[in-house]
Design a protein around this ligand. Structure first.
Ligand code: ATP
Length: 313
């Protein structure tokens, strides 16, 4: 199936000479929830801004359901809804007026029934006559989402949708994003919250210093999450791992005081009981043991750290 969004070899060098993006290629399938993770300044907003036609790319191409985002700008842009990081909207307008106006901006005919459904879905209908400035921060965020969806886009970009919101609103957002996806909307979100990517995304992309350094199915990442480390504090230090323990591929740490075993905690046979039995048979005692689960955070930090260590392109 043709991807709904296709990004090819995208690069951006700002006038300052700063290279914010380079060689980014990515295909997004219809109905997918894709989370883009990356540290501050990695290039997430630049990428979204190029796709939405706010920033001109220096090289590469973007196609939105077959429409080139520059040559066929209006058709491409009409398929996209954007909820930016900064909340800016007319404080003196009412909710209903501002959302209806946004639909008009994309040349869509008036459709009061659609706008009513949209506001009801976002729990904004009761506030339709309230001025934006009278709303809470969470409600204002919902208004931004309603505006972004007012012209019935196929792709919704959420730039840091839950930055600075409370836990309850974050959960509401997640529920809303899932229900949008059920209606066939493709969602691309940027986030600093790894928990959010873990909870929501079908696929995760990690961007660091303008390069897309990983794109992976969430379930594959969860498999990686399944890796655990068992550390045994030995009763007597050793100089080398005994050959009889070779099959577990152990590492010696803590100046010979610790044996470290990495295993897949989701596997049927982790190898831990057999390792402990063999050690007992060999008379190797230990004083203490502990296990540590590698988290998506560990994977993310490791990836970003390694890519930061590379010389700049
Ligand atoms: N208009 C501009 N002119 C020059 N440099 C810019 C411009 N906009 C962004 N940059 C730089 O490009 C890099 C990427 O910025 P971008 O906003 O895309 O990062 P980000 O991943 O969205 O960061 P954050 O998580 O902090 O929002 C940063 O180093 C930023 O300072």
């Amino acid at each position: 199936m043709q991807p709904v969004l296709s990004i090819f070899d995208l690069g951006k060098t700002y006038k300052s000479g700063h290279k914010a993006l380079s060689g980014v290629s990515l295909d997004i399938a219809k109905g997918e929830i894709f989370a883009l993770l990356g540290p501050n300044g990695a290039g997430k907003t630049t990428l979204i801004s190029i796709v939405c036609g706010i920033v001109m790319p220096s090289e590469g191409a973007v196609s939105v359901a077959g429409h080139d985002h520059l040559r066929d700008y209006r058709a491409a842009r009409a398929m996209i809804g954007l909820v930016p990081q900064e909340l800016h909207t007319d404080a003196f307008e009412t909710v209903l007026a501002t959302v209806s106006f946004s639909r008009g901006l994309f040349g869509k005919p008036r459709d009061p029934d659609f706008i009513e459904r949209l506001l009801r879905d976002l729990s904004l209908w009761d506030k339709r006559d309230a001025k934006i400035m009278e709303l809470s921060g969470g409600m204002k965020r919902r208004v931004m989402i309603a505006k972004a969806l007012s012209h019935e886009p196929e792709i919704l970009f959420l730039d840091e949708p839950t930055a600075g919101v409370d836990v309850e609103l974050r959960r509401d957002m997640w529920t809303m994003v899932r229900s949008l996806r059920e209606r066939g909307v493709t969602i691309i979100l940027t986030t600093h919250y790894i928990e959010e990517a873990e909870e929501m995304a079908d696929r995760v992309g990690v961007i660091s210093k303008g390069r897309l350094i990983l794109v992976e199915e969430k379930h594959a990442l969860i498999k990686k999450l399944g890796r655990k480390t068992l550390t045994l504090n030995l009763a007597e230090p050793m100089e080398a791992v005994p050959a009889e323990l070779g099959e577990w591929r152990l590492e010696l740490a803590g100046e010979g005081h610790e044996l470290v075993y990495e295993f897949d905690s989701q596997a049927e046979a982790t190898g831990v009981p057999s390792l402990l039995r063999r050690m007992s048979d060999l008379g190797i005692g230990f004083k203490d043991l502990n296990t540590k689960q590698s988290s998506l955070e560990d994977i993310f930090v490791g990836l970003v750290h390694n890519s930061q260590a590379e010389p700049p392109a």
